[in-house]
Design a protein around this ligand. Structure first.
Ligand code: NAP
Length: 250
């Protein structure tokens, strides 16, 4: 079977980097997209030194022209992208009364507009191939989280986008699913600890005390779920939201 190409956004570090590496192990050629192309080189080198194929691409997923150019470059240099993990994300946490217009707009742009633009730009390759996989990174914050009016709205919105993509694209052999991680140890959760004025150790301890499996999540926990959704054999699983949080969520 010819090698399939996957795109992972925000893959310079954290969950995206772990997912890109895992998908390469699974046999995909992987486009590693992040804001700064240079920052993608670590993920790309790790994939290449393990014998995989990868390409670093710098693009802001919230910018339509950059998304078009990035996806065209992936198609030309790596192969038509038939799998997409919309992982790029930012936080602009604040209590509602202190949240600025730009805190709101930035989070909506990266998470929602970014996932929309990337999905729209890649779907044509998937429809043409009559095979495709889209995974959106939601969050347990979609259920509501203090200080995250913008982020929780965007993450809930991504669940709606996921279900609609599943309905529209299903007949072309394309599935769309969402992963909603709980507490995962990355730079993003380190930034949250900083915002609330706690050390990362104390912040993690407090989080872990509420997690049934009694440990923090790791980027590989999410990469594993993405690997499942992208698997050839997962073609009948679509429109689902999988909470990967070490315990049940509503
Ligand atoms: P992270 O370590 O902060 O990594 C996010 C990556 O996205 C960074 O490399 C960042 O680049 C990149 N990025 C930001 N804006 C971008 C844009 N406009 N275009 C392209 N790339 C962009 O975050 P993470 O913890 O791995 O989270 C990954 C995803 O999982 C996010 O969608 C997040 O909301 C979600 N999630 C995380 C957790 C958790 O506990 N960590 C829980 C639930 C959901 P820069 O470094 O240049 O900013």
């Amino acid at each position: 079977m010819p090698q399939k190409t996957a795109i992972v956004t925000g893959a310079a570090r954290g969950i995206g980097a772990a997912t890109a590496k895992r998908l390469a192990q699974d046999g995909f050629a992987v486009a590693v997209i992040d804001l700064d192309e240079q920052a993608c080189s670590e993920t790309v080198s790790a994939i290449e030194s393990a014998g995989g194929k990868a390409l670093a691409v710098g693009a802001d997923v919230s910018d339509s022209d950059q998304v078009t150019a990035a996806v065209e470059r992936v198609a030309a240099e790596l192969g038509d992208p038939v799998a997409l993990v919309n992982n790029a994300g930012v936080l602009r946490d604040n209590m509602l009364f202190k949240m600025s217009d730009s805190d709101w707009d930035t989070v909506m742009s990266v998470h929602l507009r970014g996932a929309f633009l990337m999905s729209r730009a890649t779907q044509k390759y998937m429809v043409e191939a009559k095979w495709g996989r889209i995974v959106n990174l939601s969050s347990t914050s979609a259920l509501g989280n203090r200080g995250q009016a913008n982020y929780s709205t965007a993450k809930a919105g991504l669940q709606g986008l996921t279900k609609t993509l599943a309905i529209e694209l299903g007949k072309f052999g394309v599935t769309a699913n969402a992963i909603a991680p709980g507490f995962i140890a990355t730079d993003m959760t380190k930034a949250t600890a900083e915002r609330v004025g706690a050390s990362f150790e104390d912040f993690s301890k407090a989080a872990v005390s509420t997690i049934p499996v009694a440990r923090a999540g790791e980027p590989d926990d999410i990469a594993n779920a993405a690997s499942f959704f992208l698997d050839e054999r997962s073609g009948f699983v679509s429109g689902q939201v999988l909470y990967v949080a070490g315990g049940p969520r509503d």
